[in-house]
Design a protein around this ligand. Structure first.
Ligand code: DP6
Length: 401
């Protein structure tokens, strides 16, 4: 095989961010990253938010190495090691079952990985899901693995397994102790609900005080609400949410999204010592959304918050201009008025006097730093253009990477 003579096999892939509408919070197995409840997410479009990862293997490499956003990181961290071990195990398994041609290069070859985000990590937007999904996907391509990658991505970060697919995705918690049935699968493709829009309201650029991993561990140990939620609430909500998505029922989808976000944050408060991810601005956004919906007499917009103060707002395309005007009214942009809106273009709109009165707020200038307007998007992609590679022919990051 010609590729056997190649000194370097290199692939570049991209993967999306996902936002959960039924939240994952709590593990039943820390090592295998097995969750206490199932979860369901929406994959965001990579035009606005994505991770790009290049993986290269060569017999000339003497050690595994990784560069994130241009800086070399410790490849020895346990989660990274778990991903590498898992992908090599899958590649070996594939070779030993003999149902495919053997991978062209030896599995003992070391790998170099370079990864960048097209959005500032410092904005506090979840980057680990896109990052580990992209790593799993790129490693699979370079080692010739085509089996389910849920486990590889999950071992990096639980929520990452949901970024392996586009559209609407569920992560089934599974029951087995070995985690083989704890897998992500697509509920509906990205083309399913074209009118759905996603607005990310970036509130704070600060790093969070308590990471998800440590936070959920304390919740598992101390919160009785978490146990109740996992056993008595989430199973029904998973069925209901999948139904709302299939039917494109925005009212049902929006209400349940908000309730589940609220219950996740209630679980954080029920944790001892308590965890609080929402800020004052987050709570003002919650109030704004409820005032907006009450004014319209129906659920027109819905918020959800992860382990940080930024809001992710779902709405339909015809509501975007008016809601963005409402956000501008409540949180007048401070200095970067022209850069307040990023991503998909939004038609300017003015607020009616009735809506202005219904919002009933004292404006908080600068409370929302900027908005990223995006939509539902596809899963990971492989880039064919060799210019896209972040690693040069020597296997080291290109200067721009
Ligand atoms: C609040 O996937 O970041 O975003 O598995 O420990 O890496 P680890 O946690 P992570 O947790 C995400 C928590 C969440 C909810 C969600 O995405 O479902």
């Amino acid at each position: 095989m010609a590729s056997e003579e190649k000194p370097l096999v290199v692939v570049t892939c991209t993967a999306p961010v996902n936002i959960a509408v039924i939240k994952y919070w709590g593990k039943r197995d820390e090592d295998l990253v097995l969750p206490i409840n199932s979860s369901l997410s929406v994959t965001l479009h990579q035009d606005q938010l994505k991770t790009t990862t290049t993986a290269a293997i060569s017999k000339d490499f003497t050690e595994d190495r990784i560069w994130l956003n241009g800086r070399e990181e410790d490849v020895g961290q346990p989660r990274l090691q778990a991903c590498l071990r898992e992908i090599r195990r899958l590649a070996r398994k594939r070779r030993s079952t003999g149902d495919e041609d053997p991978p062209p290069l030896s599995l003992s070859y070391k790998v170099h990985v370079a990864s960048v985000n097209n959005f500032p990590t410092a904005a506090g937007l979840a980057s680990s899901a896109a990052g580990y999904a992209c790593l799993a996907y790129a490693l699979a391509r370079v080692y010739g693995v085509d089996s389910d990658l849920s486990e590889v991505a999950r071992r990096g970060s639980g929520s990452a397994c949901r970024s392996l697919y586009g559209g609407f995705v569920e992560w089934q918690m599974g029951e087995r102790a070995d985690g083989k049935d704890s897998v992500a699968r697509q509920v509906a493709p990205e083309s399913h609900w074209p009118a759905l829009r996603v607005l990310i309201l970036v509130v704070s650029a600060e790093r969070k005080l308590m990471g998800s991993t440590a936070g959920m561990q304390t919740s598992v140990e101390t919160s009785p609400l978490l146990r109740f939620r996992a056993e008595a609430v989430v199973p029904g909500r998973m069925v209901e949410m999948a139904h709302c998505v299939r039917e494109r029922d925005f009212q049902g989808f929006g209400r349940l999204t908000m309730k589940d976000s609220n219950q996740f944050h209630a679980t954080c408060l029920d944790t001892f010592p308590p965890i609080s991810y929402l800020s004052d601005i987050s709570r003002r956004i919650i109030r704004l959304v409820h005032c907006f919906n009450a004014h319209h007499g129906q659920t027109k917009v819905a918020y959800t918050f992860d382990a940080g103060p930024n809001a992710v707002v779902f709405t339909l395309d015809d509501t975007v201009p008016e809601f963005v005007a409402a956000v501008r009214h409540c949180f007048p942009p401070e200095s970067n008025g022209d850069k307040f809106l990023k991503g998909l273009p939004v038609r300017p709109a003015s607020l009616s006097d009735e809506l202005r009165a219904a919002l009933d707020v004292d404006p908080t200038p600068g409370g929302v730093k900027y908005i990223i307007a995006t939509q539902v998007g596809p899963g990971p992609q492989t880039l064919d253009d060799p210019h896209a590679h972040l690693l040069g022919p020597d296997g080291l990051p290109k200067p721009a990477a």
